[in-house]
Design a binder for this molecule. Structure first.
Ligand SMILES: [Zn+2]
Length: 418
């Protein structure tokens, strides 16, 4: 007798449905018509089951601020300045309350793990980190939270930040962030990068860096990817560095871009496009043929780069949209990157599951015996329909326990007789 069996789950469009047995919070067996009964059973009846979705890059501390103060000009500079003003009034409790609303949405939408990037700087201090450390405990058993200490205001131009980052890691942040583009010149961008690599080595934590944000490649502060690859290799941190956005790749000429992608792949650096933000803040100076400014996903795949996508922001000055729903973001990425058909859409979906698991360094994850039973039962019957349908998340399981359930009834009514 096992704890739970999911019967007739569709995990492969080309094969018959299977049963998934769970014991002790872990998948123990997957196969057709498993004989072992479960204490509990869910009949999936051919519905799709996927591993829990992963937000590999989310600013929970700055979520849901758009009601308080929107970003009127819609630019990156506007978003940073509006948010810097709002941050002065943040308390641990106010951050926690907004973040909780997003976490609850995310769980209901099938998300099992979030890597969150709270700001750490002289304006907000450690309040974001403190709020998320509390939530990491509060949500244990429903959702796993990784915390990235993130210097949104820069390090060199915001004195005191490096000490706050160190303090964050001492208090339990899991990952060190960077925001190298938010420095005054290229020399300071390099110093920023050097300092975070030193600090990451001191605490032996992964790095997750906002290395650029531009829809062209003319500002050299946004072209630090090659330097980051060089430092990654020199310091032996291959496989433990992630770059978010990378919008400026889209503005490089193809030969230069190919060289950069080869460098990133060789250094084992992951890339996480954040299309909702990238599209909203990008192209603001264009008056015709407004550019998309999203990292070229198909080229990232072809280069063999570990790639995920994520929501980044929910309803704030950087992204005034969002429901913490990774299927919505996946469809948006597909639409904006010319990705279509079952093969492409399958790869896009995998960016929010197995790809994101690699990005955030999960050793045990997926649909196989030994992986945690973080599972989502969807209301559709083909994997290739998941992003197109954005189906109901009928059951969301964390370590084998149901943590959210959705039931929806739609009725089509006959016409009223004339
Ligand atoms: Zn971000």
């Amino acid at each position: 007798m096992v704890d739970l069996v999911l019967r007739r789950a569709r995990i492969d469009d080309a094969a018959a449905p299977v049963d998934i047995a769970v014991a002790g919070g872990v998948i123990t067996e997957i196969g057709p018509e498993l004989p072992s009964p479960g204490i509990d059973e869910i009949d999936c009846a051919g519905r799709v089951v996927i591993p829990g979705l992963i937000e590999s890059h989310l600013h929970l501390d700055k979520a849901l601020l758009d009601d308080e103060r929107p970003n009127r000009d819609g630019t990156l500079a506007g978003a940073i300045s509006v948010t810097a003003e709002l941050k002065r009034g943040f308390t641990v409790a106010s951050i926690r309350d907004r973040a909780r609303r997003v976490l609850d949405l995310a769980i209901g939408n099938g998300t099992s793990v979030i890597r969150a990037h709270p700001d750490v700087d002289p304006i907000v201090g450690l309040r974001g980190v403190e709020a998320l450390l509390e939530l990491r405990e509060e949500y244990r058993g429903r959702l796993d939270l990784q915390i990235v200490a993130f210097p949104q205001e820069g390090i060199i131009q915001a004195p005191g930040t490096l000490d706050l980052l160190r303090e964050s890691l001492m208090r339990g942040a899991d990952v060190l962030g960077g925001c190298s583009y938010n420095e005054r010149d290229v020399a300071d961008c390099r110093r920023h990068i050097d300092q975070i690599f030193d600090l990451a080595a001191e605490f032996d934590v992964p790095l997750d860096i906002h290395a650029d944000f531009a829809d062209d490649a003319t500002d050299p502060r946004f072209a630090m990817a090659d330097y980051i690859a060089e430092v990654t290799e020199r310091t032996g941190r291959q496989g433990r560095v992630t770059l978010g956005h990378m919008t400026s790749l889209a503005g490089q000429d193809p030969a230069r871009r190919a060289a950069t992608l080869t460098r990133l792949a060789a250094a084992g650096i992951a890339v996480v496009p954040l299309p909702a933000t990238d599209m909203h803040l990008g192209g603001r100076a264009d008056t015709a043929n407004i550019r998309r400014g999203i990292a070229p996903v198909r080229e990232l795949w072809a280069a063999g780069i570990t790639t995920a996508y994520s929501s980044n922001n929910i309803r704030n000055a950087f992204t005034p949209y969002g429901n913490a729903d990774l299927l919505d973001i996946g469809l948006f990425l597909a639409q904006t990157c010319h990705l279509s058909g079952p093969e492409d859409l399958g790869r896009v979906l995998a960016m929010a599951t197995t790809g994101a698991a690699r990005v955030i360094g999960l050793d045990r994850y997926g649909l196989h015996p030994g992986a945690p039973a973080d599972l989502v039962v969807l209301s559709c019957h083909r994997l290739s329909d998941v992003l197109l349908d954005r189906p109901d998340r009928c059951y969301v399981l964390k370590a084998g326990r149901i943590v959210a359930r959705t039931t929806r009834i739609r009725e089509l009514l006959p016409a009223v007789p004339a």
